[in-house]
Write a protein that binds this ligand. Structure first.
Ligand code: PAF
Length: 281
């Protein structure tokens, strides 16, 4: 697997593949790769002739009090993992390579329809940072398809909407969340958890599953289900930010809905965890 750090080198390689008529798949990441990321790579590998992964910890999508500085950076381990799943090219640009004119007056991409609710309410500007960096990466890599994890459900919807609004000729593929044996969704941030917090962490997914079970048993008292889950999480030591029962496009569900996604974000100590469960009847 080749590794490049400059946009010009990336473009050279991809141009050669495109000229040969090959389909290019792309998996954008912030590195510190775990089995969940590698599943995204394997998915891209199955659907494309060549696969590019990017590793870039994007400062635009971190708030002032968030973990940009302590976000784990493990590039050489990431490269070995990417190679083990058949990635063809690693693109690992510096901040200057990505934002050569600085970040202050950077042209940006916004997806207003989806950026202010749920995650956007608690992480203002987060989805502007994501939409901007993903559109820059799409312009740099020019993939035919790109894979995103369903763990970040709202991010996946934001990317889909951006691609539709901007008429980008890129197929967006969502891949199911990878979980530990006890149900905890894999995340680079899980490593911030203390041993005690790690034991409690799967309760987040269990509360979401409890709501999914209730929906499957015809409960439609959405507000009560959300409130009870928040209460249970609080009683177990979490600080929930939201538990929300939504339609898959994140709008409020109707009482005759047949499809839902139940999403939550909660702090456990200093670690912010997010998760979601999807149900279709
Ligand atoms: O999901 C992530 O890791 C990031 O938000 C992404 C899509 C790589 C953009 O920085």
């Amino acid at each position: 697997m080749a590794s490049v750090h400059r946009v010009a080198e990336l473009r050279d390689r991809v141009r050669g593949w495109k000229r040969a008529g090959l389909r290019v798949g792309f998996v954008p990441t912030m590195g510190n790769l775990h089995a969940g990321h590698l599943q995204l790579l394997t998915c891209a590998r199955q659907q494309a002739d060549r696969v590019v992964a990017s590793v870039f910890v994007n400062p635009l999508q971190f708030g002032p009090n968030e973990d940009f500085d302590r976000y784990p950076r493990t590039l050489s381990e990431d490269a070995a993992k990417l190679e083990s799943v058949g990635c063809d090219l690693l693109f690992a640009p510096s901040v200057t390579e990505m934002y050569p004119h600085g970040r202050e007056h950077l042209s940006g991409v916004r997806v207003p329809a989806l950026s202010e609710l749920l995650e956007g309410e608690f992480r203002p500007g987060f989805f502007d940072g994501v939409a901007t960096v993903v559109s820059i990466l799409f312009n740099q890599v020019q993939p035919d398809m790109a894979v995103f994890g369903e763990k970040d459900w709202q991010q996946l919807q934001v990317v889909r909407r951006m691609v539709a609004d901007l008429h980008l000729p890129i197929e967006i593929v969502g891949h199911p969340t990878a979980r530990e044996a006890d149900g905890l969704a894999l995340s680079s941030r899980n490593q911030y958890l203390s041993a005690q917090e790690r034991k409690l962490a799967p309760l987040l997914h269990r509360e979401l599953q409890r709501i999914v079970d209730a929906l499957a048993q015809a409960r439609r008292d959405y507000a009560a289900l959300q409130a009870r889950a928040e209460e249970q999480l609080r009683a177990s030591g979490f600080e929930p930010q939201y538990v929300a029962i939504r339609a898959p496009d994140l709008q409020l569900p109707t009482v005759d809905a047949r499809e839902w996604v139940v999403l939550a974000a909660a702090f456990l100590g200093r670690t912010r965890l997010i998760d979601n469960r999807y149900l279709r009847l």
